[in-house]
Design a protein around this ligand. Sequence first.
Ligand code: GAP
Length: 513
Amino acid sequence: MIANDAEKFKKVISHAKEYGFIFQSSEIYDGLSAVYDYASYGVLLKNNIKEYWWKAMVQMHENIVGLDTAILMHPTTWKASGHVDAFNDPLIDNKDSKKRYRADNLIEDYLTKQEDKINKEIEKAKKRFADFDEEMFRTTNARVLEIAEKKNVVYSRYVKALNDNNLEELKQIIIDCEIADPEAGSRNWTDVRQFNLMFSTKLGAVSDEADTIYLRPETAQGIFVNFLNVQKTTRQKIPFGIAQIGKAFRNEIVARQFIFRMREFEQMEMQFFVRPGEELNYYDHWKTTRMKWHLALGTDEKMLKFHDHDKVAHYANAAVDIEFNFPFGFKELEGIHSRTNFDLTQHSEFSGKKMQYFDSEINESYVPYVVETSIGCDRMFLAMLCNAYDEEIVNEDTRTVLRLPVVLAPIKVAVFPLLKKDGLPEKALEVFNELKFYHQCYYEEKDAIGKRYRRQDAIGTPYCITIDHQTLTDNTVTIRERDSMQQERINIENVLKIVSDKVDMNKILKTLA
Ligand code: GAP
């Protein structure tokens, strides 16, 4: 059984490999750090996540259109967007362990630990006092007050240091808080330095400065530079959005936590263009809409929360993350940013082309403001995998089951003949061959039926159809449900309708409308 979150995470990682969800890239060469391949079931799950996002964002909004822009863009794009000068992380090295860390992450982890200490005190007190009042305890208990005060001081210094870009102060906080290398325990740190996260490469055969181009670190810029092209060709009027799904690349300093922080990953981004002055209303609207999208999958609301940014990016006037409770704590899953008119204005200046919109309703031209929603597809994948992974004892045996939302499950229905004889495989194949036009199915006749069920549980298949001897006499089959393991007999003619009804994504999409 799962002892704690750390053990759960280890299990999720090995399960992902063993059951064909994720492989380390170039594994036979000992892998490439923070780069992963999606395996046979992984690619199906990932495609389902993309489909759910695309339908909710593009298909269901008459004022949002799609786009698929190139990974390579003119290098001036990244000068204009600020990424060449400001897309940096503050890094620090430990002189003893030679390990490299993000200074901001070290401080944030320290702050989280202080909060954990407070929560532990609260838990202890809850057990001691029957009529426990948490608010009262927080404001009167000496130990809690001491930790909270220290934490608040560090937090204020940290936010100021980030906003002032004060690298010496970041190091000083690490020293003052006696933060040690999380793996080696040493406190022997270098100075904090800025590190640009963009991967560069050369365009063409001649390698001089002018040919340096970048792998895009976000998909958003492909949307900005195409804003007028899309607006004109789709005849959209403000407010309207442009959405795209695509690869992004970042040379992350700390590449830990499996697919949480990758060097090559996929984003699902939408830029919503609005009238100046209306951006904060739309910002609130998209916060609510995006949280609804997550909750509609059945995720417990305790697993998700908003987290306002301590320091907004150079382009934003408001920013919030939707955080998910991963086994290593609440971390960013999606960002919602009010990006002002920064990007379009910058591209206008650097390209010399006007990025203005004529608003016929108010008879005015302006550079639109932008509210962005940006979610990492891989992070969503990891969130769903961690949320779904479960172990339980069934008949004195451990059953490992992925309780994935049905609409995201890689395989929707598995079809089994009970035995590999007596005409059962032929009948089962008839069922499979009908279902396969509508759903991702799986057919298997090897091994005992119990083993086959377990394999499907482990990859999250919500329904298994079994053809047995009774099928041959009365045309009924059993349908087994993954979570309850309950089986029901249904008529073979109703299989397609019943399965289609159960796995229908539109039912969830309708709750979002
Ligand atoms: N266009 C805005 C933007 O890129 P971001 O907060 O840097 O904002 C958006 O990234 C989302 O992309 C994050 O919420 C996260 O889900 C995902 N993401 C960012 N860096 C990632 C990485 N190294 N590996 C996996 N996903 C990442």
